[in-house]
Write a protein that binds this ligand. Structure first.
Ligand SMILES: [Mg+2]
Length: 288
């Protein structure tokens, strides 16, 4: 009998209710499978659970958002247990990127079919990301939003932090080193996938299994440029702009003389300096 592990985060916005957990278990039982259920109670729980797996699972099913998926990816630390996704979070950037249906019964059908795909991961020290890392504006907003985080988390939680970050207008210069060259900018996105949080799409050409990051550098200073870049990133095609530099690389180092916050997969990840490199085929996911 195939055995699955369901990791569910009741604090994720739109997390699974107890009734829904019961229905998920029943659907797997009807297909001749069994699901072990692990509820996560706080940050770090999903990662610990996955790091300490005691049984052989056909797949780990994550019912949560991108933050919970990132924890499971870090818990697995390169072990190739397939990841099934029941999209339940704020952004569900990965689910959107892979075309995983939002309806629970449809997403379960995808998991039971079990078609897999391997994705690159970004590595920074011992930490992994699968969507993106960035330094500057959005990482400042993310850090502020998470400091105030209580219970369920939605896009509205980002509005006041965004306003406060713009009002402070403190965007230090960042040095980006890659492919043997140095560049200066004020906000940088290291993208592994084309999708991003909310309406933004700063790296529409990024491909999750090409062995390279799409690095997007925003070189204009100050808050009004940040606002303009935000608007541009909402409708970003690959239209060239003089002050936005795009490059591909498998290794990039970011540094700054001032303290500049970093985010990875939408969660705060300390401060610069950071070096990111691509590890190919690091994560196995179940896709439609
Ligand atoms: Mg890529």
């Amino acid at each position: 009998m195939p055995l699955y592990l369901l990791v569910t985060n009741p604090f994720s916005s739109r997390g699974l209710s107890e009734g829904q957990i019961g229905r998920v278990a029943a659907e797997f039982a009807a297909a001749g499978s069994h699901v072990d259920i692990q509820r996560t109670l706080g940050p770090g729980d999903a990662e610990r659970t996955t790091a300490e797996l005691r049984r052989e699972y056909a797949a780990i099913i994550v019912a949560g958002g991108d933050g919970t998926i990132a924890e499971v990816v870090n818990g697995l630390a390169g072990r190739h247990v397939p990841l099934g996704i029941l999209p339940r979070g704020t952004g569900n950037v990965l689910a959107k990127e892979l075309g995983i249906p939002h309806r629970i019964s449809k997403a379960i059908e995808v998991i039971l079919r079990g078609k897999t795909l391997r994705l690159d991961a970004g590595i920074a020290g011992s930490r992994r990301f699968i969507l993106m890392a960035s330094a500057g504006f959005d990482a400042q907003v993310t850090a502020l939003a998470h400091r105030k985080r209580q219970g369920r988390f939605g896009y509205a939680c980002f509005i006041i932090p965004m306003w406060r970050t713009l009002r402070k207008d403190d965007f230090p210069e960042i040095t980006v080193e890659m492919n043997g060259r140095k560049h200066e900018c004020f906000h940088v996105v290291v993208a592994n996938v084309a999708s991003y949080g909310g309406p933004f799409r700063p790296a529409p050409g990024a491909i999750y299994n090409d062995g390279e990051f799409d690095v997007v550098m925003f070189t204009g200073p100050g808050r009004w440029n940040m606002v303009r870049y935000g608007i541009l990133a909402c409708c970003m095609s690959n239209v060239p702009k003089d002050d936005i530099i795009r490059m591909r690389t498998d290794k990039v180092s970011l540094s700054s003389e001032a303290p500049v916050p970093v985010q990875m997969d939408g969660d705060p990840a300390g401060f610069l300096p950071r070096t990111f490199h691509v590890r190919r085929d690091e994560v196995t996911v179940i896709v439609p």
